[in-house]
Design a protein around this ligand. Sequence first.
Ligand SMILES: [Zn+2]
Length: 410
Amino acid sequence: MDHTVVFYCILGILLGEFVLTTILNYLNAKKFRDPIPADVHDVYNPEEYKKSQEYKLANYRFGIVTSVFSLVLIVGFLVFGGFGFVDTIVRDLTNNQILQALLFFGFIMIGSDFLATPLSYYQTFVIEEKFGFNKTTVKTFLLDKLKSWLMTIVIGGILLSLVIWFFQFAGKGFWLYTWALIAVFTLFMNLFYSKLIVPLFNKQEPLETGSLKEKIEAYASKVGFELKNIFVINGSKRSTKANAYFSGFGKEKRVTLYDTLINDLEEDEIVAVLAHEIGHYKKHHIIFNLITSVLLTGFMLFILSLFINNPSISLAVGVDRPSFHAALIGFGILYSPISELTGLLMNYFSRKFEYQADDFAKNTFAAPPLITSLKKLSKNSLSNLTPHPTYVFVHYSHPPLVERIRNLKA
Ligand SMILES: [Zn+2]
């Protein structure tokens, strides 16, 4: 296929995605002022509700700025030969194909993140600050950035080097080796993320002995769930928003509670949240998500292997000498409509799983403390009580609060 056709496909995809996202955000914003459904009328008092309306609006406006910014950046890069420019610099520095790819992605990723830093700074220190969520300092903010760059360089660098090495000796067959590599990596991360990565950013300690721990253990043994690792993480270092999550499986399974969650909720409510998380495990959602993401990765790599040797893709992104790294950039954009679709599917399953986990908590513990905890968590994050159904369908991994409460009351 001629590379100008591919170029216009890429441009069309970028513009199309921008237009669709913008329309969807607009539709969602139009429902900000809808009347509050009866089941959630007591989440906010009138003053807090006004604050939540302002928060939604501030994020909506900020979202417009960031999406225009990233569109202009990438289209500008494509049209004015940015990728070709970076490719030339990289080729002047080294002849090694692996080093070229590492430098190419290094420059582009760190460069674009650097350009986006003022925006994320504004989001944290102006918007989140104004609504009282922000607890992070400029120092922590910059250290976080530095640490995540280092992590990307080390982990991303190793993975990318291996992938190009596979490509050098196996040609198109590289996708199978890459698939195996990513499957092992995904599994490894699922098991050890909490042990290896989280400590780089947060402090986490085992939950202290006391009435909360006793209640949690009593519940866990009642449902036949062996729970050795309950950790408390200092989420309050960055934000007042609360959370809890489950990770790993087998012996490595652990529950992580944010310290903010422990401060905001009553003990029964925390056990209810935990019951929900255990529900995800008992209903095999964690394994399902793991297997699905490995299968989707395999599918994507297979499609990539069909296009990777096509010089039109490198030429379309403005790189004269076709290469693995240039083709990867083009493919990344060409594949994005498919990943949007698989994302929709994953969100659909995720929302189903949320109901199942809620039902598990309702049947093995109780519905009322889960209802009040969900209300408190929504209130404390100023969440949207009246999202647009299409917006929910596309973006929400959890059902809207009102629907979860209706399900819990049913
Ligand atoms: Zn859940």
